[in-house]
Structure formats: C-alpha cells, structure tokens
Design a protein around this ligand. Sequence first.
Ligand code: CDP
Length: 788
Amino acid sequence: MTLRTSPEVGGMGHSIKRKEDPRFIRGKGTYVDDVVLPGMLYLDIVRSPHAHAKIVKIDSAKAMAVPGVLAVITGQDLAEYNLHWMPTLMSDTQMVLPVEKVMYQAQEVAAVLATSRYAAADGAAVVEVEYDPLPAVVDPHKALEPGAPVLRTDKKDKKDNHIWHWEWGDRAATDRAFAEADVTVKEQIYIPRIHVASIETCGCIAHFDKVDGKLTVWMTTQAPHAIRTVFALVAGHVGLAEHKIRIISPDIGGGFGGKVPVYPGYVIAVAASVLTGKPVKWIEDRMENLQADSFARDYHITAELAAKKDGTLTALRIKTLADHGYTDAAANPSKFPAGLFHVCTGSYDLKAAHVEVDGVYTNKPPGGIAYRCSFRVTEAVHTIERMVDIMAHQLGQDPAEFRMKNFIRPEQFPYKSALGWEYDSGNYGGALQKAMDGVGYAELRREQAEKRKRGELMGIRISRFTEIVGAGPSKHFDILGLKMFDSCEIRIHPTGKAIARFGTKSQGQGHETTYAQILAEELGIPAADIQVEEGDTDTAPYGLGTYASRSTPVAGAAAAVASRKIIDKGRRIAAHLLEVAPEDLVYEPGKFSVKGSPNRSKTIQDVAFAAYTNHPQGMEAGLEAVSYYDPPNLTYPFGSYICVVDIDKGTGEVKVRRFLAIDDCGNIINPMIVQGQVHGGLTMGLAPALFEEISYDEFGNVQGGSFIDYLVPTAVETPKWETGHTVTPSPHHPLGAKGVGESATVGAPAAIANAVVDALWHLGVRHVDIPITPPKVWKLLREKGVTE
Ligand code: CDP
C-alpha cells in the first residue's frame, strides 16, 4: 500500500538531493495478532502474585477440566527437554518456566494450551499454585548489604547479589583533576525504571510443520535474524536447526527496544507447537506486558563534576548501581555491560573522566532494554546535562554561555573523548545558537526575572546532547558474539524494477520509504519501482536488526554501497552496449553517457535488460549486489533543546509552555520522517520526565502495572513541539547521514528537569528526580514554605 500525505508537511529544509517526492510514504499493515492459521491453538500464562517464593505445588486438575483446554505446561515439563532456562542477551540465564521458585511478581509460572483464547484464559484462571513466600529484595543498595538473601540460588557459587563491576576511564587522572579543582558539585540522580508501552504488546504464532520439520514463527521482534540464531542454539538439541527455522516479523506495533529480547512466552509457544505439530499463538495482554517485560533504565547514579573558577570544566566522576532485576537480560553489546553509558562526557571538552557501574540482582523482572536509546545513552545524557546545569547554577553563570564555553569546538573533530570515543563531526555552538535565537532566549530570561519578582515560578533551561548511534563497528560491537554489521541485497529485474532486502526491521520508522529513496537516489530507478522488504529470515540477508537508531547509519549505508556495486557492473554493461571503454562513461543517477557526447547514453533500465539479454562475453548475467556493511565508526548526532516551564504553586503541576528542539542528524534522507521521529521522541522524553515510572513496594509488588497507574501522556498533556535542524554531515557515512530515531527521547528529559530546577533553584532546590510529578513538586514547595 502506498500512502501519500498532505502537501504541507513534506519538503522542509535541507535534505539529500533527490528526484523523488519527499512526501512519499509507504507502509504495510499486518500485525502479528492478525495472523490466523487453521487449527491454531492458544496459550495463556499463569503468573506469580509473589515477588519471591518457592513453588510448592502446581495443581492443574481444574484447568484440565475446562472445555477446550489441552495441556497445562510447567517448568518440570520443559525441564525434560532442558528448555526451562534460556540464555539472555548478556549471557546470563533466565527462566522460561520456574521449577523451584519465582523471582518477581507477574513471572510466568505455567502455561495453558487450549483450542480458543477464551478457554486458555479460563484454564489459566483455575490453575492452583501453592507458594511458600520468601523475603523480597527490592532495593539494589540493600541487595548488596551483607546478610541480604542471595537471590540466584540456582548459581552454585553465587554468594551475593552482585552481577558485575565495570569501569572505564583514567581513575588516577580523574582523581587528580578533582583534587586540583576550584569548584566541584556532587548529586545523587535516580533514573527510574520505565516501560516502552508500545501500541502492540509482545506475541507470536509458532508453527512447527511436522512434515517438512520446519518451524515458522511470526513474532514481534526487532531482530529476526539474531532471534533465529538464538533459537537454533537453544533448541538445536531438540532438532531445530537454523535452516529449518523461519522468523517473520511483520508490523509489530512499535518496538522501542522492548522487542529485542526473547521472552518466555515465545519459547513456550515454540515448544508447544513442536510438541503438538499445531500452530500456537501467544499474545500478551496489556497488564502482562506492563508487569513482566520491556523495562528500561533503573540506574542509581552518584555523579561529580569538577571545574576551574572561570567555569572551565575539567573532570567527571560517576558511580552507578544498575538494577537489573533477577537476571541481566539487558540488550547491550557484549563488551559493554553498561551499554554506551561512557558517552557521559557529553558535548564537553573534559580532559578526565572515570565511570564505574555495578550490576545488581533484585526481585524484579529483567530490565535494561535499550528503550529508544543507544544502550544507556539516555542515562548518560541525563547525568551530564543535570550536572552541567547544577555547575552553571553553582557558579552563577548563564547555562547557555557556560555550555558554549565548554563545548568541543568544530575544529576539534574528529574528537577523542576522555572515555575513548571518537566523535565524528559536530557544530555544537551553532545548534545551540539557533535554538536560542528560535526560542527568543534573552527575552525569556527577562520575563523570568520579572516573574520571579512577582513570586511566580518560571524556568528556562537547556539540554545539549551528543548521541552515539549506529553500532558496529563489528570489532567493538557484538551481541551474543554476533558481530554488529548490517546488510542490503538488491536485485534489479530485467525490466528495470527492483527488490531490495535488508537485515534491519522497521517498527514504524518508515524504512520502506527512506530505503527506497536512498536506492532511487543512487540508482536513478523511481522509488515506486523498488520493493523494499525486511523481517523475513528466509528471504532477507543476515543483519542484526533495528534498535539504537542503527538502521540509517548501518543498513542505509549498506544500501548505498550495494547500489554502487550495481553501478560498477552497470557501467561495464553500458560500455559494452555503447562500444566504449567503461572509463569513457559518466554516470548520473539512472543514466550512463559517453563523455563529451551526452546523447550517446543508456538508462539503468536499458542496462538491466541487457544484464539478462545482452551482457558482455565473460561477464556473469544478472544485476544484483549485496553489502554487509561494517561501519568504520559510530555516528554522533546531536541537538540543542530549550524548555520553558511554569509551575503552579497551588498544585505543583509543571506546565511545559515552550519546547524547541534543534536536531542535527547529518544529511537528512526524508525531512518529514525525521520530523515525525523527533516529535514522537520528544513525547517519549516528556513521558519519563513528568509522568511515567514503574516502582515497587517493599514486598516487590509492582505499582505501575496498568495504565491507571502508568501515566502515558496523551495529546492533552503533550505541548506543541517546535522543531528545527542544523546539518553537519558524518564524514565516514557514505551518505553523510547519522541516525535520528532516538535523539529526542534521549535529549528531552534533561531539558525539562533542568527547567524545573531552574524555576525552583532560588528556593534552595538543587535537584529533582524524574518523573517530576505534581505531588513531588508540591511537597518541595511546602518544605520551602512557598505553599500552604
Ligand atoms: O534504526 P531506526 O530506524 O530506528 O533509526 P534511524 O536510522 O535513526 O532512522 C529512523 C528513520 O528516520 C528512518 O526511516 C530513517 O531512514 C530516517 N532518517 C532520515 O530520513 N535521515 C537521517 N539522517 C536519519 C534517519
């Protein structure tokens, strides 16, 4: 299906030169839950009410008496096939179904297989499980105290709840810089556990065909190829070889990182289908989704920043406790257990930095997914932007001037950060200046001063983020040993139409549109003549999938490289047709012409036809190419966000009055899609800043397990976003493009938090943890004697 959008939204600003209409948008429209197969069976999951408990007995007699119920599957059943545990992406282990004890509230305890969804649900409701409750460990600080109950009793040598210690940077140089600093600031920052809350929950249909021994799984996954490999590695011993597994990821209703891991429901559905030979469907309901999977953040951070008297920043020191729940199932590259948190020096020319992170087990579901974030970059940006703001306040300097003074300057790129990253390109001052001009910064500051005299609470503040997206390079980045490259395979048919397949998987980011545009621009074939496909492991080339804004930096580059291979071959075919040497041809998209004789030319369509009908002797027929692109570096998009808030003294409510986002993702492929990405991302940044949090009581009961408590902002709570961009191309990307999908989610929370603290600083408030809810602010205002 091809959709065309209204004329006023497309064509803004700078974009890659193209012949195609930038408003051209494509989409499909089949969700996993839409797949219905003859004879399909349904799964429903029995979940634990306890956060930590021994399983004494599971009685399935009543469930088996429900008409339509075929089986109750327990951990004991899976243990017979050694499928009751599975590996996580961080090489830890996760239960599929428990045999001895449960580790978090809402954990899967048993599964009911039935001939209808209703029968499965009725059966699950009457499975009787007897538990023996154990003390729950909820606070990661307490989890590390001597005498805390050891949670992972399945790990024989484990004597505590500490998972790993990881540190990066030069400790001695950092300590020295702090000892020599004129000014230091220190803050405890908690970045709470949040949930992606995508429109569709997780689910799958597993279909094992006993005749040909092939398993097909329609699955809500952002990384179908990697999942196929994991399935083959985990279930190879029960006869599932990789060539006999097909993963199909149709439209999945949003992913945001939550659909990268393998969850128990997928594995149970596969096991049930292999055992019965029937298709088995498992679809989570909303509360299961909110309580059991797709969690992010949960970082307890202690940060310190050092500066000279004149405001020159010198060093950053961070210690963090990472609450992973009962297993480390984070979606991080293997080498970096704390993801890319060490991009925490941000946009500033800091000479020394040291960061330490400790992973901790608690009685919570696994967390640590890369929620619209390149593996902990949101945590890094929030930390540095809060700290820089606190330092600016402390020194009594304007936050914009303070940042301008400390930015990495354009001539310093490529820039090696104190924590070892090589930033590719940037013009940080230019973007901030554009944001200040756009929002009317000086005028707003005047307004704030007047309002403060009248006792009104207004804040205006900045977040200046540098992102890091596009993993590989494969020499540094792998997931479970799978190197992080990505792929594009192009086939040009004889009549000049094309099909292009990718190792990535769009979840609504519009790859069908933007990839077609890249190919159209490179090959000169109209985008409407190009079929773009992703998400089917039987047809698409191997790739690591879509998350962490890696599609444009990696697969987008693969599209350009594969196109250029086609052009190389096309040039030789055109030379044969025109009876000249290949070097005598000039190429412009879609046309090869003889130098100096532009009328002597062949189109890409002529060339495609000749590739199958009249190719030169000795050349293989066909016009196809594949690129497995391994980027030489990550890309470093950036942005300058300015937020203006007003705080209601009576209720503590924070109102975002203005929010201007200036983003820079290098060369833009489709301005309308980029603007859509930024708008959605800003709302997903507003959400944790003001509303969303998954918290637990002292017994491990989840407090945000439904949309009554987990406050996803609607259009009513969302301000009118103002957006714009600058363009600083990436020097190493074939198209000069950088990723953009997560920029706004990463950059927005700090701008909002900084603006709130700015409104309250004169009252003695130094920091407020997100989400900044009305009760939290109201309590502060009462403490400061502002409100009754
Ligand atoms: O990996 P993911 O698709 O989430 O992130 P991305 O590479 O940042 O791309 C998000 C969407 O924005 C895709 O459709 C891209 O092609 C598009 N985009 C663009 O048009 N220009 C850019 N410079 C970056 C992304």
